[in-house]
Design a protein around this ligand. Structure first.
Ligand code: ASP
Ligand code: MG
Length: 418
């Protein structure tokens, strides 16, 4: 069994859906579990639906627009599939009814219920097209398998229940010659029976979850870039493909902000030694990147990760007393309470400085800290991480920039620059 994952960009329109069939056809003999994200920017559009509902505005025109594009795509890729057309119409009707009622229950639970429709719609279309293209496949509701806790918008896995669900619901679908299943990324179900999501861009993680549950031989993430690069190829020229790196290196890179793979994806894969391939759906012949246990190549190419939109926050006790453990634990607790994730930190005798993503959460946090501390902040900073750096590249990188913080370990150099 191989697991394939197709993200929103790869299925953004009818041509994208057809291309999924082209890729699958090249693996026509393989047992495949195909994990699909919502089409294009559908999840963003559904977030607008959530916002409209919350503000008491009319969400129906937004849904009608999504319906028009999805139905048009289905008509293009599977014109004769009445069953799929009905399933798609039913799913849109269900969302229309849901937003027509007054919203009850916690906001994040409603959010999860609404945004999870995107993956349901896309998978109905992809499965219908595969069937039309003589690549028969079962449609699986991922929520029947992916069991989570009730932490909406960032649900955590319940592996035991998921494994039991996989036995009961997924295994019986693996009958065809070859077995082929299409299912949704991103979504799951809580113990209480509500829809949950694994966090934005969580479909990579879904692919790893299914691979783990099925002891798959590999996971392939099909992307609009040819693999993992040493810097974002959409922003920088002269980037190099990382042909082969270890799980550990890939975890480090995605932790520091490389956006190619969702950070939670690698852990289940490395636990079961399932290799991850990142390949191009535009050029499916190209070999792409391999991520597995082998670390021999990790340090061959320096990698650069740029995180713009950072704020540097500097926290000093008002009486200029030392920053000690008691202060720090209070400060950390405040960050956790406000959901502000620390990207980098540094302390001196009387100041504790952190670098975080700028968001609406920062201001309330700063206001709270100002009760006890003098807090200064510096917006519009950029955090640059260089893995396997050498002095020449660092020098070039910092040219014309003002480094506010500099940290180096053996493998990694990090700079906050303005
Ligand atoms: N559709 C979801 C999102 O856009 C999940 C994903 O794409 O991985 O965040
Ligand atoms: Mg997406």
């Amino acid at each position: 069994m191989k697991v394939f994952k197709f993200g929103g960009a790869s299925v953004k329109d009818a041509a994208g859906v057809r291309n999924v069939a082209t890729v699958v056809k090249r693996h026509a003999q393989d047992d495949l579990l195909i994990v699909v994200s919502a089409m294009g920017k559908t999840t963003n559009a559904l977030e607008e639906v959530v916002r409209a509902c919350r503000e008491g505005a009319d969400a129906k025109p937004l849904i009608a627009a999504l319906r028009a594009t999805h139905e048009a795509a289905l008509r293009e890729v599977a014109p004769d599939d009445g069953h799929a057309a009905t399933a798609l119409a039913d799913a849109f009707d269900a969302l229309m009814r849901y937003v027509g009622r007054a919203m009850e229950g916690p906001a994040d639970r409603n959010y999860d219920h609404i945004v999870s429709f995107g993956e349901v719609w896309s998978t109905i279309i992809v499965a219908a097209h595969l069937n039309a293209a003589a690549l028969p496949s079962h449609w699986l509701d991922a929520r029947e398998v992916v069991a989570t806790d009730g932490l909406h918008r960032a649900a955590r896995m319940d592996w035991e229940r998921s494994a039991a669900n996989a036995q009961k619901v997924l295994k019986p679908l693996l009958t065809g010659q070859p077995a082929r299943v299409v299912t949704q990324g991103f979504i799951g179900r809580s113990t209480e029976g509500y829809d949950t999501t694994l966090g934005r861009e969580g479909s990579d993680f879904s692919a790893a979850i299914f691979a783990y549950l099925l002891d798959a031989e590999s996971v392939t993430i099909w992307k609009d870039v040819a693999g993992m690069y040493n810097a974002d190829p959409k922003k920088f020229a002269d980037t190099k493909l990382l042909e082969h790196i270890s799980y550990k290196e890939a975890i480090e890179l995605s932790y520091f902000g490389a956006s190619v793979i969702h950070p939670r994806t690698l852990q289940p894969l490395q636990q079961k030694s399932i290799p991850l391939y990142v390949r191009s759906f535009v050029d499916p012949e190209a070999t792409g990147s391999t991520i597995d246990h082998q670390s021999a190549n990790d340090s061959l190419i320096p990698s650069f990760i740029h995180k713009p939109g950072q704020v540097l926050i500097s926290i000093t006790p008002r009486d200029l007393s030392f920053v000690v453990e008691e202060n720090l634990s209070g400060i950390f607790a405040a960050f956790a309470r406000h959901g502000v994730h620390i990207n980098l930190m540094q302390n001196s005798a009387v100041a504790f400085t952190v670098c975080v993503d700028n968001s609406h959460r920062v201001k309330p946090l700063v206001l709270e800290l100002r009760g006890e501390y003098e807090v200064r902040w510096n917006e519009d900073c950029e955090l640059i991480t260089v893995r396997h750096f050498d002095e020449a590249t660092v020098k070039k990188l910092l040219q014309g920039k003002e480094p506010l913080i500099e940290q180096r370990s053996r493998n990694t150099a990090r700079f906050v620059v303005k």
